[in-house]
Design a protein around this ligand. Structure first.
Ligand code: AQP
Length: 327
């Protein structure tokens, strides 16, 4: 059977990029195998976080997993920091990762670019991500375009470790989707829609109210050509909006183009806002029911217990293989 793992960092409020690239697939994933859905809070703290906000957002992300339809009975939903094996295997994977290969990670380059200081954990982040995946003997990892390189490194580290010390880890395969693999900012189609972007009009949040969603789409950048046509080279901003429409409106790219043939951007953006509002409404409703509930605490406690059962086994095997003393 397949083993799948995925998570969304509590580094900001969840937006439709994370929904398209991750969350919406979770419901489907749980029917395809044994799933681990975690909240990578240890990853979030590789950049400065306000403690109060981090605490709130960690709950929020977990609540969104459930609100989107993940079944907490069938799947483990947990906080990364509640399963200490992540940090421990993270250290072990750092001993296997090379400085040079970590230096080539484009996410590190992007995130450190122009900063006076960055944490050393931002640099070693991919080793921790490898441990997240490898602890559960994950066979498949759904990744957005931006995480492909990290997954490739995870595969290299797993293979390297296995070759040196014996078969401990499963080498995971990526699952990469075509549409929406990389949702771009509404203000700038050359940069990814990102939770930590300080420009609030660059994204639509999953918790945005309908009026805010309408306003954000009406202000989204387009181009001067006026035709709703899918062409990433010539029309990146419009192509990005077409992809968002395609996912939220459950239409193929071609059908979106056809529907707005001969119409300007005004009508397109208006309807785009409506399909997004409609899809988010039930998710927001369920979210509001559970966000402050004890049910959520219990799900996270139970999830951590179940996750640790699997993770601790792998950690022990890795330690033993390397020659760390194990009783
Ligand atoms: N814009 C996006 N398009 C497609 N997929 C996306 N994902 C995130 N943003 C987009 C996918 O969601 C999963 C969880 O991502 P994450 O939140 O853990 O990390 P991230 O990709 O670094 O997200 P952000 O929003 O850019 O956060 P910050 O700014 O804090 O780093 C991943 O599978 C990701 O591909």
């Amino acid at each position: 059977t397949k083993r799948l793992l995925s998570g969304i960092k509590p580094s900001g409020d969840l937006n439709i990029g994370g929904y398209i690239g991750a969350l919406r697939q979770y419901v489907q994933m749980q029917n395809e195998g044994e799933c681990y859905f975690f909240v990578p809070d240890l990853h979030a703290i590789t950049v400065p976080q306000d403690p109060k906000e981090l605490r709130e957002r960690s709950r929020q992300i977990a609540a969104f997993y459930i609100a989107a339809g993940v079944d907490p009975v069938k799947n483990a939903i947990f906080m990364q920091s509640h399963v200490s094996a992540h940090a421990e295997l993270g250290w072990i994977m750092e001993t296997q990762a090379h400085f040079g290969e970590l230096s080539r990670m484009t996410q590190f380059k992007d995130k450190s670019d122009g900063k006076d200081t960055v944490s050393s954990a931002l640099f070693t982040y991919p080793a921790l991500m490898a441990s997240d995946i490898l602890l559960y003997q994950t066979t498949h990892v759904p990744v957005g375009d931006d995480q492909k390189q990290h997954l490739e490194l995870t595969r290299d580290l797993a293979t390297r470790f296995n070759n040196r010390f014996g078969e401990v880890f499963t080498v995971p395969e990526p699952i990469i989707q075509d549409v929406g693999a990389r949702v771009m900012g509404l203000d700038d189609p050359s940069s990814k829609m990102s939770k930590s972007n300080p420009n609030k009009s660059s994204y639509v949040l999953l918790l945005d109210e309908p009026s805010v969603i309408r306003k954000k789409f009406s202000r989204a950048v387009t181009d001067s050509d006026m035709s709703v046509r899918y062409d990433w080279d010539a029309k990146p901003a419009v192509s990005n909006l077409i992809e968002i429409f395609s996912v939220f409106g459950d239409l193929s790219i071609a059908d979106v183009e056809k529907r707005f043939e001969g119409q300007g951007y005004g009508a397109f953006k208006k309807e785009l806002a409506e399909v997004v509002v409609a899809k988010l409404e039930p998710i927001q409703q369920r979210y509001n029911e559970i966000i402050h509930s004890e049910e959520l605490d219990n799900i996270l406690k139970d999830g951590a217990r179940r996750a640790a059962e699997t993770a601790d086994k792998t950690l022990r095997a890795a330690k033993e293989a390397m020659g760390l003393l194990v009783f």
